[in-house]
Design a protein around this ligand. Sequence first.
Ligand SMILES: Nc1ncnc2c1ncn2[C@@H]1O[C@H](COP(=O)(O)OP(=O)(O)O)[C@@H](O)[C@H]1O
Ligand SMILES: [Mg+2]
Length: 313
Amino acid sequence: MELIKSQRPQPTKDPRLWVITSGKGGVGKTFIASSLALTISKLGHSVVLVDLDLSGANVHTALGLEPSHLSIRNFYEGQKTLQEIVIPTPYPHLSYVQGFWDSWDSSSASADIVAKLLPELRHLKADFVLVDLGAGASESHLCLMDNADERFLVTTPEPTSIEKAYRFIEGLMCYKLKLDSQPDAYNSFIKKLREYRQKIVDRPFSIRKYIRESDGLRIDHFESLSTHPVRLIMNCSRSQTHADLGYSMRSVCNKYYDVSLDYLGAIEYDNAVWQSVRNMAPFLVSQPFTPLAGQFLGICKQLIDPEELRAVV
Ligand SMILES: Nc1ncnc2c1ncn2[C@@H]1O[C@H](COP(=O)(O)OP(=O)(O)O)[C@@H](O)[C@H]1O
Ligand SMILES: [Mg+2]
C-alpha cells in the first residue's frame, strides 16, 4: 500500500533560531517556550523545541509527555547527531529534544557544548527551532543568545524577577564588550563599574557613559543590540499595572543602558496553566480559545511575517 505523503512541503532553508531565557528561575520560561512552539506549529510551521535547561529539564512535562530514553546526553557524548534525537509529539508539526536527566556536574553547562550545538541547531529539519534555556547570564547562555535570530527574556512582575532581568541585560552587554575589546581595557572597565556599583546600589546607571570613558573598548555593539533587540515578555501578569511594567523596563534600558529592549507584551496569570501541567495536557491544547492563547498568537504575529502566515495556514 502506498503511504500517504504529507501535503506540507519540507523546509528548504535553515530554521530560525529562537532562544528563551530569564534572569531568575521559575518565571515561566518552559511554559512560554512550549506555548510559543505550539502556537507556531498550529500556524502550520514545523517546530523543534530543544530543552537546554541544564539544571531542570522539563519540556516533556510542559508538553504532557512521558520522558523518553533519548536525551541530549546522547548528542553530548557523540552517540547521535542532534537531528537523530528529535522526538515526535502528538501535536502536528511539533517535535522536541529532551534535555539532560543527569546534569549533576557543571561540565554539561560549558561553552564547549554550545560550540558543538550551535551548528546542529542551525541545521535541524524545521522552520523554527526554539530553545528553552536555563536561567541566568552564564557564558554559555549569553553565547547562545548572541547567536540566535530572536532572543526572549522572560520576567514576572515580582521585584526579584525584574531585578534579575536587569542583571541579565547587564551581563549580556558585558559579554558583548568582552568579545570585542582588549582584555586590559575590559578588565579596567569592569573594575570601574564595580567601584561605581558599590556607591550606587539601588538604581540602574549609564553603562554607556563608562564605556565612553574607557579607552580600548568598542561601543558599536550598542548598534548591534538595537538592530537585534532583546524581546521582553512579562509573564504571570495580574493587572494592567503589571503589564505596564514592561514599558517601564523598556524605558530604563533605553535611558540607562542605551539598549534596545523590545517589549512584546504580557501573558496573564491563569490557574489553569498549572492545572493543565498536572493533567498532562498543554494549556494551549486543552484551552485553545482563551485570552492567554490569544496573547501567544499576538506575540508570534509580531515576529512572523504575515505573508508567511498566509502561506502555511
Ligand atoms: N502565566 C502563567 N499562569 C499561571 N501559572 C504559570 C504561568 N506561567 C508559568 N506558570 C507556572 O509557574 C511554574 C513555573 O513555570 P516554568 O515554565 O516551569 O518556569 P521556568 O521554566 O522559568 O523554571 C509552573 O508551575 C507553571 O505551570
Ligand atoms: Mg524551565
